[in-house]
Design a protein around this ligand. Structure first.
Ligand code: SF4
Length: 418
């Protein structure tokens, strides 16, 4: 679950190798890779060599990340410099966050590079790769921005059977996925018992972490799923502005219930992944600043900001998409505030910028990825919006997924640490 970054071997002895990367030398255990010699490129996890790679593959992996240089502070707005300084010693206030959200030009680039530095310092090269199984596109709700909304009769609905879901999980597990997200609309066809059965069956067959993204359910259901082995929950509050929330959900969802649910999910000791949507119609900068402050105070384990993507056949079909830079600034500010939190590159961002979205997000402080592992025949039907997954994931899967116990244990440790 960790993209291992290649380093060049500069010295070896019987058991150890000295490697060099990013200006730093490091000693690793070389016993696990036969015949390691000076000049080789090697992948390593937790100070243990994993495998040799060719110079070409090493370049390909390094290209995924493309580290940024720290922006020269010369000529930057002094207010900006002061805020960055403050972020190192205390929580930022609302005005400071709003200032950063409005930055442009060199200050914006400096904000991204600061977040990138923090990510590299605190999280290093740990990139969590989540495999998402979208098992049902039915939903009882009618969110104005979402293509799965109940009133959308233009999409073909599907539900995967229990066996189908378990087989999809097994297939991904064999590829090396160790963290799977089971996602659906708010579809109560899947009862507590059915969901328990799915989780138990996957856990019996695969040593994986399971996150669920199934919308609003009661305490008893989430408790039963936790006991069945679910490790985490994806549950966004969407926006901290109650009147905006009510505009997006004239019926079905309840603002206060979102936060009530998040509270009991925490009590149940789930790994909590939450966040908001950026660039919603009627949303203003101060709403976003409050989103950040709430997320920070909530101390969530993983936080995502998805830019709004208009979807055909929804009431917001003709609205402007969210601004990618604004979503990236949200990620960067959050990275300033929460150094160790997982921040995923969401599919909405990759949809708006299929070529560079992922790389831009990583350079703005993100450190987790979401890959769709739903059986191919269902993928086009899960249309929250019109998706375009153009970013390549082959290199990530090849070098970020390992069928080793160390890899599982490392993920276990990382999911615990905040
Ligand atoms: S956002 Fe979620 S709850 Fe709302 S309509 Fe879409 S799938 Fe249903």
């Amino acid at each position: 679950m960790c993209l291992t970054i290649p380093a060049k071997v500069i010295k070896t002895n019987a058991d150890k190798a000295v490697i060099f990367r990013d200006g730093v030398k490091k000693i690793i255990d070389a016993r696990t890779v036969e015949g390691l010699k000076v000049g080789d490129w090697v992948l390593y996890i937790s100070d243990i060599a994993i495998q040799k790679v060719s110079a070409k593959d090493a370049k390909e992996i390094l290209d995924l990340l493309e580290y940024t240089n720290k922006t020269d502070p010369e000529g930057l707005n002094p207010v900006f410099i002061e805020i960055i300084k403050n972020s190192k010693t205390r929580k930022l206030n609302k005005e400071e966050i709003e200032f950063l959200l409005k930055t442009n030009g060199r200050e914006k680039e400096a904000l991204f590079s600061e977040a990138d530095m923090i990510r590299r310092t605190y999280i290093k090269d740990f990139f969590c790769i989540h495999g998402i199984i979208e098992f049902s596109n039915y939903c009882k709700n009618d969110c104005f921005y979402c293509g799965l909304r109940k009133e959308n009769d233009k999409i073909l609905r599907y539900r995967m059977g229990v066996g189908e879901i378990v087989r999809a999980a097994e297939k991904a597990f064999k590829k090396g996925y160790k963290l799977m997200v089971l996602q659906s609309g708010d579809d109560y066809f899947y009862t507590k018992e059915k969901l328990v059965e799915i989780i138990k069956k996957i856990k019996e067959k695969c040593r994986v972490f399971i996150f669920i993204s199934i919308g609003e359910r009661n305490f008893e259901t989430y408790k039963a799923l936790r006991e069945a082995g679910a490790d985490g929950v994806l549950f966004r509050f969407e926006t901290s502005n109650e009147s905006l929330f009510n505009k997006l959900h004239p019926k079905g969802k309840n603002f206060k219930n979102r936060f009530k649910t998040l509270k009991f999910l925490k009590e149940l000791k789930y790994f909590i992944a939450t966040g908001s949507i950026v660039g919603l119609p009627y949303q203003v900068i101060s709403d976003l600043a409050v989103d950040i402050m709430i997320l920070r105070d909530m101390n969530a384990d993983m936080i995502s900001f998805g830019p709004f993507v208009p979807c055909p056949n929804t009431p917001f079909a003709d609205k402007q998409p969210g601004d990618i830079d604004l979503a990236l600034k949200m990620m960067s500010i959050l990275r300033l505030e929460m150094k160790n939190t997982k921040i995923p590159v969401v599919t909405a961002l990759e949809t708006l910028d299929p070529k560079k979205g992922r790389k831009r997000a990583i350079k703005a402080g993100a450190n987790a990825l979401m890959f769709n592992i739903t059986p191919k025949k269902y993928q086009p039907l899960y249309e929250i919006y019109k998706r375009r997954d153009a970013c390549d994931r082959k290199t990530w899967e090849k070098y970020g997924l390992y069928n080793t116990e160390e890899s599982y244990k490392m993920l276990e440790e990382k999911l615990r640490v905040k």
